[in-house]
Design a protein. Structure first.
Length: 549
């Protein structure tokens, strides 16, 4: 098996991701299946691969681990790290390895349209690229008006403008105070103005939906929650991903990649830790801390993913609350970091940042990034010098400034190290799958053609089949069930052919084994009595042949 090497020189376009995943599936058909989770608004496939050792069972019969990245358009690192996970899982496969027991569903680019916009144009975008039917008067539609292949910023001279050149670095714009010397400007995304009234009261057109505020749990509309969307799961890409999650009740673990300042994030996204039952919180923290050590990232609950001194966050319709409260998972997001982290300008908490904040203040962080870039010329350029341009509507302006997709991601070299760590973390989390097995299975003659079938069902994995205490209460995870399927001519003497169990905790976590016992009458010539099937969702589905001696 010759596994195609994952390109790691630059972020991949949608077609390149699809073609890489198809190549991976073609190189290892015994492990990889290419599929799609659905279709984006603009008609692109949302690519997915299923990775498991098919020889040891189908994906739906195994505990499954879902990884998805690049929900936010310019958080391209998420795609790359998820692709890295897929590549490594295939490349490192050995018999007896994790793919024998666990199936992985990997969706590297949840937002193909947004990522394509970010990659090909840069520009300002959070998630969706679609617009209202009619652009509002005085709104800007982003357009590459100077034809340099990038959507940057326009600085427009205005004596009453809200911005000025940064006193420490005149390449940067800063919000003016009464002490900032002029000249003053307004700063807008590069583009053309719809139905312009001649003023500089301009907005950016388009729908500023944040796909990580569009999940179902505790969804709130604008303005209570910025970016909420029209209603929960109004965004087709997120809705199709949720449909996939709901249809795959064997998923026991979910991990998503973003590119905020480096952190391991866990639930809750609103409220406080008191909202999480104690037993879950303890386990959740242990898992998060373990990941934090592997990545060498700090660990915080989402509601504390904020800068020093800021109030706690209260995110509605956020993935973590959905993943934990609506799906019952120990859901994780890894904020992989971005150019600021690379330049050691961390968000919040860190000592470095605290000191930095006291020294110069939050608004000035990009000065440091720019200074750091000047000293590291091999790094991707996050700022484009301002250039004079004659705007067809605004007249003489300048175009240039920060390049969002570069600022929002790490340089590829660093991302490779982070990806290698992510692989270790994924494997660590994957080991914790529930596993429901039957031990001591025996078929014994009791005389007169009657046989007794006995065995014991137990969860020999780590997580409960209901994963969390929240999960055990949801009607989502399949409760283990033992079914006897008898061969022709074999008669059941016991009352029922199946045993419905409640969720099984692992034996390492005070779980208990469930004894099975059936009596059957078997004609002389029948050697195989039938099959015992254990259907356990996150704990897998297993079939045992029942033979008499
Ligand atoms: Zn994000």
């Amino acid at each position: 098996m010759k596994v195609p090497v994952l390109p790691f020189e630059r972020f991949l376009l949608h077609d390149e991701i699809v073609s890489y995943l198809k190549k991976l599936a073609a190189a290892a058909p015994e492990l990889v299946e290419y599929a799609s989770v659905g279709t984006s608004r603009d008609g692109r496939e949302i690519p997915m691969v299923t990775i498991t050792n098919k020889a040891t069972g189908a994906d739906q019969d195994k505990p499954a681990f879902l990884i998805f990245g690049n929900v936010h358009a310019d958080e391209l690192s998420g795609s790359q790290v998820a692709l890295y996970n897929a590549w490594q899982l295939v490349k490192d496969h050995k018999d007896g390895g994790i793919l024998d027991k666990v199936a992985f569903y990997i969706v590297p680019r949840t937002n193909p349209d947004g990522a394509e916009f970010s990659l090909t144009a840069t520009g300002v975008i959070r998630s969706a690229v679609h617009y209202e039917n009619e652009p509002l008067p005085n709104s800007i539609t982003q357009a590459d008006i100077d034809g340099n292949g990038m959507l940057l910023q326009m600085r427009v001279p205005n004596p009453n403008g809200r911005y000025a050149k940064h006193p420490k670095d005149d390449r940067l714009m800063t919000v003016r105070t009464d002490k900032t010397p002029g000249p003053y400007y307004d700063v807008f995304p590069e583009g053309l103005i719809n139905n312009w009234d001649g003023s500089l009261e301009l907005t950016l057109d388009g729908r500023h939906v944040d796909w990580n505020r569009n999940w179902t749990y505790d969804w709130r509309p604008e303005p209570q929650q910025w970016g909420a969307g029209d209603y929960p799961l109004s965004e087709p890409e997120i809705r199709q991903l949720v449909d996939f999650m709901t249809a795959h009740r064997n998923i026991f673990q979910v991990l998503s990649y973003h590119t905020g300042g480096r952190r391991i994030l866990r639930a809750p996204s609103s409220g406080s830790d008191a909202d999480v039952p104690h037993a879950d919180l303890k386990q959740y923290k242990e898992l998060a801390n373990e990941m934090g050590e592997i990545f060498n990232f700090p660990v915080v609950p989402v509601y504390q993913y904020r800068n020093v001194g800021d109030p706690d966050l209260n995110l509605r319709g956020h993935f973590h609350n959905f993943g934990y409260f609506h799906q019952g998972w120990y859901a994780f997001e890894v904020e992989l970091g971005q150019m600021c982290d690379e330049a050691e300008m961390y968000f919040g908490f860190d000592k470095t940042y605290k000191d930095f904040q006291m020294e110069v203040g939050w608004d000035d962080k990009y000065c440091h990034v720019l200074a750091w870039q000047d000293k590291n010329p091999d790094m991707p350029k996050a700022f484009v010098p301002w250039k004079k341009f004659n705007h067809p509507q605004l007249g003489p302006i300048e175009i240039g400034g920060p390049c969002p997709k570069v600022l929002r991601n790490h340089p590829m070299k660093r991302l490779k190290t982070i990806s290698a760590n992510s692989q270790k973390a994924v494997l660590k989390l994957a080991e914790r799958h529930p596993e429901v097995t039957v031990s001591g299975l025996e078929v014994a003659a009791v005389g007169g053609g009657v046989y007794r079938i006995r065995g014991e069902v137990a969860n020999t994995g780590v997580f409960s089949t209901g994963i969390t205490s929240v999960g055990k209460g949801l009607n989502k995870f399949i409760k283990p069930r033992a079914e006897l399927h008898l061969a022709k001519g074999v008669t059941l003497l016991s009352r029922r052919n199946c045993v419905q169990m409640g969720h099984l905790d692992s034996m390492d976590n005070w779980g208990s084994a469930v004894p099975l016992e059936w009596f059957v009458s078997v004609p002389e010539k029948v050697k195989t009595l039938g099959e015992l099937k254990i259907i356990a969702g996150t704990g897998g589905t297993k079939t045992y042949k029942l033979r008499r001696k």
